[in-house]
Design a protein around this ligand. Structure first.
Ligand code: FES
Ligand SMILES: [Fe+2]
Length: 389
């Protein structure tokens, strides 16, 4: 008879519909219906760079005319890697026998073949399309006939001369760039507002604005495009902070600046980059005044950055990185004990799994748009201060 001790404990299992990223898996095929950030624009240079997204290794470069390209590494001739390729005015030339490929994989030169490749039209290096937007390079890795238009976001449109958009890729706004864990366990954290009181306040001291310690009323809402969490707090001056956070299919989370340094509509949005099943990077895009720091990073042990802490201090002042990586490389869904405060997490999971099924049944998932004339996506998240009643 069990008395609760660990002897004979079931190992537990992870839910493949939540964590898988690979081609041909149901969740991986859902992810492949959207545009994803793959790297910073600054990473695309005339030195080819290895990048990895959804478990696929790729080579990113920018040719000398300024066009970025994203190709599979293995040259379609005899298989050496384009990591050692030479970037030219147009395209990248394989180091081994000199085949030259354009950004869409077209073979435009075969120097050893008759007429520099009489039949070169027959060869194409596998490639993915890219779009650059405010300092990030996005790609679409799904079926060509289902490629949606690239979505823009209202908060990043119409910049004035003294504004700019910057990219931050610290994990969870303060931590190493790449986290050794599955992307979904970082994603669902966005709909877990209760951890703010415990992890970010009671355990580690205020890591954001101390007003977030005030106990709010919390509610969640499901939308076609994602889930929102709303929190209302009466602040010491009698006003009400109405804070709305949102997640959007598939990997987007909109967390208004938790230092409360920016009030009103959110000035930032972030994407999880599912590098593969057990590695995640987070890219945040922040709109701000030129010359001003991008605010919103958490503080640790009073006033320090994540990078200043020793291993022991990370134990005393844990943050999102420690809590989420601490769930393991892929969390074990079957042995969790979800409770009343996990409603938002459950909603995000349910919606994602519904969309996995939509794609498996041959449909288009929510949040994709095929109309070039569509307006930018309007976000709802923000730190809204309502006057005292
Ligand atoms: S292996 Fe690339 S050109 Fe031969
Ligand atoms: Fe957090």
């Amino acid at each position: 008879m069990s008395d609760g001790r660990a002897y004979g404990l079931a190992v537990g299992e992870s839910d493949p519909e939540l964590y898988q990223t690979g081609a041909g898996t149901p969740a991986g095929e859902l992810l492949r219906r959207y545009w994803h950030p793959v790297a910073r624009s600054a990473d695309a240079t005339d030195t080819p760079r290895e990048v990895r997204l959804l478990g696929e290794d790729l080579i990113l470069y920018r040719d000398r005319s300024g066009t970025p390209g994203l190709l599979t590494p293995r040259c379609c001739h005899r298989g050496t890697t384009l990591l050692y390729g030479r970037v030219e005015e147009q395209g990248i030339r394989c180091c081994y026998h000199g085949w030259l490929f354009d950004a869409d994989g077209t073979c435009i030169d075969q120097p050893c073949e008759p007429d520099r490749g009489r039949n070169r039209d027959r060869y194409r290096q596998p490639w993915y399309p890219v779009v650059e937007y405010h300092g990030l390079i996005f790609t679409y890795m799904g079926p060509p006939e289902r490629q949606p238009v690239f979505p823009r976001y209202d908060i990043f449109e119409g910049l004035t001369d003294d504004e700019e958009v910057v990219v931050i890729d610290h994990f969870a706004f303060g931590g190493p760039t790449v986290a050794p864990c599955n992307w979904f366990q970082t994603h669902e954290n966005s709909m877990d507002p209760y951890h703010v009181f415990i992890l970010h306040n009671a355990i580690s001291g205020p890591q954001f604005n101390p007003n977030l310690e005030i106990w709010p009323s919390i509610d969640w809402h499901a939308h076609d495009w994602g889930v929102t969490a709303t929190q209302d707090r009466v602040l010491p001056d009698g006003t009400t902070l109405h804070r709305v956070t949102e997640v959007r299919m598939p990997t987007i989370r909109v967390i208004p600046t938790p230092t409360l340094s920016v009030l009103g509509p959110t000035n930032n949005l972030s994407w999880a980059q599912p590098i593969d099943d057990t590695h995640t990077r987070v890219f945040a895009m922040v709109r701000k005044q030129r010359g001003q720091p991008a605010q919103g990073l958490p503080v640790y042990a009073g006033d320090r950055s994540w990078f200043d802490l020793s291993d022991e201090e990370h134990q005393r002042y844990p943050g999102d990185y420690e809590a989420q990586v601490g769930q393991g490389a892929i969390t074990l869904h079957s042995v969790e004990r979800l409770s009343s405060t996990d409603r938002g997490v459950s909603m995000v999971r349910r919606q994602f799994k519904q969309q996995v099924q939509v794609v498996a049944d041959g449909g288009d998932p929510v949040g994709v748009d095929f109309d070039e004339a569509s307006a930018p996506v309007a976000l709802t998240a923000g730190n809204y201060v309502l006057p005292s009643s």
